[in-house]
Design a protein around this ligand. Sequence first.
Ligand code: GAL
Length: 844
Amino acid sequence: MMGVRFAVVVVLVVFGVLDSFSLAANVTYDHRALVIDGERRVLVSGSIHYPRSTPEMWPGLIQKSKDGGLDVIETYVFWNLHEPVRNQYNFEGRNDLVKFIKLVGAAGLYVHVRIGPYVCAEWNYGGFPVWLHFIPGIEFRTDNEPFKAEMKRFTAKIVDVLKQEKLYASQGGPVILSQIENEYGNIQSHYGSAAKSYVQWAATMATSLNTGVPWVMCNQPDAPDPIINTCNGFYCDQFTPNSKNKPKMWTENWSGWFLSFGGASPYRPVEDLAFAVARFYQNGGTFQNYYMYHGGTNFGRTTGGPFIATSYDYDAPIDEYGQVRQPKWGHLREVHKAIKMCEKALVSTEPAVSSLGQNLEATVYKSSSVCSAFLANVNTQSDATVTFNGNSYHLPAWSVSILPDCKNVVLNTAKINSVTMRSSFSNQPLKVDVSASEAFDSGWSWIEEPVGISKNNSFAKLGLSEQINTTADKSDYLWYSLSTDIKGDEPFLENGSETVLHVDSLGHALHVFINGKLAGSGKGSSDNSKVSLEIPITMVPGRNTIDLLSLTVGLQNYGAFFEKRGAGVTGPVKLESQKNSITVDLSSGQWTYQIGLKGEDLGLSSGSSSQWLSQPSLPKNKPLTWYKTTFDAPAGSDPVALDFTGFGKGEAWINGQSIGRYWPSYTASGQCTASCNYKGAYSANKCLKNCGKPSQTLYHVPRSWLKPTGNTVVLFEEIGSDPTRLSFASKQIESLCSHVSESHPPPIDMWSSDSKLQKKGPVLSLECPSPNQVISSIKFASFGTPHGTCGSFSHGQCSSQNALSIVQKACIGSKSCSVQVSIEALGNPCRGKTKSLAVEASCH
Ligand code: GAL
């Protein structure tokens, strides 16, 4: 019998049918941890949202997550992708949730499926399909029958899809956890007593679906049993679940923060992130998830907001393009290994906390057979030296040391052994195929989008209508058009009458055309989406047309009653002659409406249509213009982006696929810092870069969307640009750097393989990022007191003569190399000082 079963398994493995999960696992929990098949587990998780990359990228992202030390991959489920029309489901391409889960499972990792179905996530309308808003009597996220019916139907649908594919651990699949709702606790006070019954209902509904694995609710202090309430935030070490029977879990550790159009780029130093992670496990946590581990891209019109940028890079350990971000990824990998070295102790007992002085804390996990300890210095300024178990330990400010054997420090969160990479984007012009296009010299052709009403499904209405109720979000664009007759004797025509038009809009952006000409534009911001315009205009005798093009930039995704936050020109709209102090309110006039653009109806984004023009000459800097060209893919397989520097605002498509909204003319406001002090509590606007520059110029074009030749790019430019300036940018790694001090512990791998290595002390290691590269030169090496960061290292007062030649000898011509950071290996340029080795190398 055993033999037959073995043979079957072998056959299945050989044919790739069987992935790492096939035997049902029993997932439960107790007060310390998730318990998988009877064993408590210490787990490290990371968020990757499947539609924010491509199926072609998924295997690489999953592998890099596994190599980075993750056990679990978490994703939300995006209702508006899967059910764009009620009862019509889409699980294809980037929406292929099942394929994504299977790939994670095949890599041997677990999955946490956060169904929501409200997800927030900087995603359009928080993940809700806009049709939901039009169901009679509906109120979102409260004890409302129509809403509950839809939420239950979709949640049950997803659970059913997963069950059909046997994806739950209880069925032998990788899914060990599910989430219902999302941070409802943050806003529930706005919903009165109905909130409590809604939470109760959601919990019962979820558990009744019998997934066989636990459910969580995040930021939900009153999550009913058996649902685990979990923590979201930059730090969760002080969190306690609402029952002594539930484990301490952290579902969102924000690895950075999201970017908005008009905002600066947030980044979170890895020393602080590592500190937060270590503090969590130190204080009894056993499950932690990076939000995001790979952020990716908000393709198409999927961004929420309003004003969420197309890039969702998030300063995550894997960057938007799918490449590891160093030293973030590498340092966290070391942190994960250090924590895993403590797993046995962590799961076998309760933490024992003791003070080692003010802001100094030791936590010991000790059972009869194992002992692990964490020593923390939570002081934001001063380093400390503490005595623990009779030994002395140096603890830098805002750091945790991890001692898997209660004696040796294998890692301190503030001491980075990992490499840093210095990269830059290099540009190359679009290789436009002039012959493939009917266009002449430039290779570009174009179509003008008509100003005002041009489609025959336009309609007239008295007064101003709210935008989302009008468009149902079928398009970003809504035209409001009004004709008004101005008689010869009216004050608005007089010379010097100083006529202005006032327009008030709920947002998110607006272009005003008077008699077919762009007269002014306005935009809101992520803080305040409203637009209030006052523009000088010139009227002519007789008929005048006022055309307002109002547009949304991602629908609200957060807050109580977010679905009621409207958009568009709700008024007033007024004409005023400032000289004569006469005002005419146009708000209640007969407005004509057009939903969307003519070019959208014609399907121009695909590049087809016979209407593309190529003569007489390419119009430039012209508002409302569609552009198209054919081009060759940039050589190689490196990730690429389109560089929209100098463009206005619009959307772009490659071979019919939208790479998202572009808006480089929106520059970043905010307070940037030249360098970020990782010590002390992090917050979303603590560390910003790029102030005063466009929030986003580079837009990811997934390689799999490109063919070697004959690619079509289509742009719709609202404001005006020169399409021939469009170029491709690709990321080049210029240098590999590392800076390791004599006080650093040796790299973790050396501990686990050779326990004696501790005497040899720290090691500086370099490894070229691509498998076919070797280290070709050492641009800088100094042992002593070097200053600066990768690309700007300089020698300090103390500097050994021979560090450069030692490093050159050890590294040049090899794919990777290691150098002992010690006076024995490198000489002693100055006595009595802690020295460090800084190296910058390049690979070819
Ligand atoms: C959380 C939310 C996530 C995401 C995050 C910010 O509050 O649960 O979905 O929006 O904030 O990136």
